[in-house]
Design a protein around this ligand. Sequence first.
Ligand SMILES: O=C(CO)[C@@H](O)[C@H](O)[C@H](O)[C@H](O)COP(=O)(O)O
Ligand SMILES: [Zn+2]
Length: 197
Amino acid sequence: MDLISRIGQHFEDSARTKLDALELLAAPIAGAVETMVGSLVNNGRILACGNGGSAGDAQHFAAELVGRFEAERQGLAAIALTTDTSIITAVGNDYSFEQVFARQVRALGQPGDVLLAISTSGNSGNVIAAIHAAHEHDMRVVALTGRDGGRIGELLRDDDIHICVPSERTARIQETHLLAIHCLCDGIDCLLLGVEE
Ligand SMILES: O=C(CO)[C@@H](O)[C@H](O)[C@H](O)[C@H](O)COP(=O)(O)O
Ligand SMILES: [Zn+2]
């Protein structure tokens, strides 16, 4: 396949994955918006974590809450647990890489806060450990996963929210995660500000 055809295939696959996911994901995304707004209006914070491309997604989400998405509003309390290389290297070096997010959840998380846990496989050990830490702190979890949801899908509680992209391909799952993140940002603004457009 030549490059132009490959690129066309990526565009088509990406668009199809997103459209196919709509029916399955609209309700959990809406539920996640309500969960996050419920936390934010009660002085809660959203902590976000993930590895690789999902670390970028965690930071993207936090930037749009602390900064802004499309509407002008006050900054909202979100922290990406992926950005402080001193914390990540110290915890990874002194404890284990599995603890790099959990340690931060235990240090920063308060009851009523929300953990946004992002993993395309649903099997990353440090994201799983962060979910356990969040549960210990009476935090609810919004999990963005893919494939069959992996181990994360099995450990979520009834009041957590699972947004599981029905695809087997990491790139497609990540692309749909970004769409879901923008839906979260838009929904949060909509509920907080009554933004219609
Ligand atoms: O962005 C990509 C692949 O598209 C990679 O950086 C990817 O995020 C990394 O391999 C992650 O370690 C995968 O972890 P996960 O999504 O399975 O939790
Ligand atoms: Zn990627």
